[in-house]
Design a protein around this ligand. Structure first.
Ligand SMILES: [Zn+2]
Length: 233
């Protein structure tokens, strides 16, 4: 594989039979990969990467400072996200019921019984995120049912490794990834819209994309925000 270097950052450059440029920063070590169409030369690829330098640095930092899910230890001082906002975790050991409270728009107070394990803390937080999504999602579904003209019978929330959401078109049931509770509300809404549009069109074909552009014109930029950058040349 070819490597290019900009501003001290090594980038794996891959040429493929693709139309768009895909720039991705991978966990856990922040490896950067730039996939470009075959006809694009090194200079052009380098120039593109340069325009995305701030984004690359920001993504790399996220991984190298250990602010990834796998590295979390649920200790006081750790950063956690809710609806795209950053909160500082404050672990408070206390007898009684475990729970979580937001405070002053910057702290997440996690009340746990003394001697609580990391696993247990993670579980309390997951349940909190799940509960929050359960409260938030219905209003989005209601809003978009009117706009798209479809009916969702049921929604569920689950942890998924590779997808932000899924849709069972037969049962009209959508599943939303629990991780979306940590992302900006527009990301959550975009995934809900995406899954609901599947009730009109099952496949990611042109008709599907046309629906997305009709209902949510900015869907591509939100998708990029969630999955990295992929731009039309
Ligand atoms: Zn889909």
């Amino acid at each position: 594989m070819k490597k290019i270097r900009i501003e001290g950052i090594d980038i794996d450059l891959v040429r493929k039979g693709i139309k768009n440029i895909h720039l991705t920063v991978y966990p856990p070590d922040g490896r950067v990969r730039l996939a470009v169409p075959r006809h694009m030369d090194d200079e052009e690829a380098r120039n593109f990467a340069l325009t995305k330098l701030t984004w690359i640095i920001k993504q790399k930092k996220k991984y190298t400072t250990g602010e990834t899910e796998a590295a979390k230890v649920y200790k006081t001082g750790e950063s956690h996200y809710y609806l795209g906002e950053k909160y500082i975790l404050e672990v408070i050991e206390k007898k009684g019921k475990d729970h979580l409270e937001l405070r002053d728009e910057q702290y997440m107070d996690l009340y746990v019984r003394p001697g609580n394990t990391i696993k247990k803390r993670e579980k309390i937080m997951s349940e909190w995120y799940r509960q929050k999504l359960k409260e938030i999602i219905p209003s989005y579904i209601e809003k978009w049912e009117k706009i798209i003209g479809v009916k969702v019978n049921e929604f569920g929330i689950k942890k998924m490794k590779t997808r932000w959401g899924t849709c069972n078109t037969r049962d009209k049931r959508i599943w939303i990834n629990l991780e979306l509770a940590k992302k900006a509300p527009r990301c959550l809404e975009y995934i809900i819209v995406h899954e609901m549009v599947h009730l009109l069109e099952r496949h990611h074909n042109k008709a599907f994309k046309d629906y997305m552009s009709e209902f949510l014109p900015e869907w591509k930029s939100i998708k990029n925000e969630l999955n990295g950058i992929s731009l039309h040349k």
